[in-house]
Design a protein around this ligand. Structure first.
Ligand code: FES
Length: 107
């Protein structure tokens, strides 16, 4: 699977990952600026906030209550449709690729 991160200035970074890798983990491991992942992926910090491009929304697993709550705490404004926590987005067969826009701030 591949993850494309689009920075606020338009720069794109594409990272190839193994199935099961989250959008947060791939960014942290590969030094992608703009995702912090402070809580390590527990849906408890909201510093892995991303805006998912529309065409990938249908392939995402639904949000659980923890994610729903944490998205109220994001540093950059939440988008009702597109905001998700990167740590809750796992790449795999249903999600072979994804493009996410990085928010202007995470803390
Ligand atoms: Fe903390 Fe995603 S890493 S909520």
């Amino acid at each position: 699977p591949s993850i494309t991160y689009v920075h606020p200035n338009g720069d794109e970074q594409v990272i190839e990952v193994v199935p099961g890798t989250s959008v947060m983990r791939a960014a942290v491991t590969n030094g992608v600026d703009g995702i912090v992942g402070e809580c390590g992926g527990q849906a408890m910090c909201a510093t892995c906030h991303v805006y998912v491009r529309d065409e990938f929304l249908a392939a995402l697993a639904p949000m659980n209550d923890d994610e729903e709550e944490m998205l109220e705490e994001t540093a950059a404004p939440r988008d009702e449709e597109r905001s998700r926590l990167g740590c809750q987005l796992k790449m795999g067969s249903r999600l072979e690729s994804i493009v996410v826009d990085l928010p202007s701030m995470q803390v």
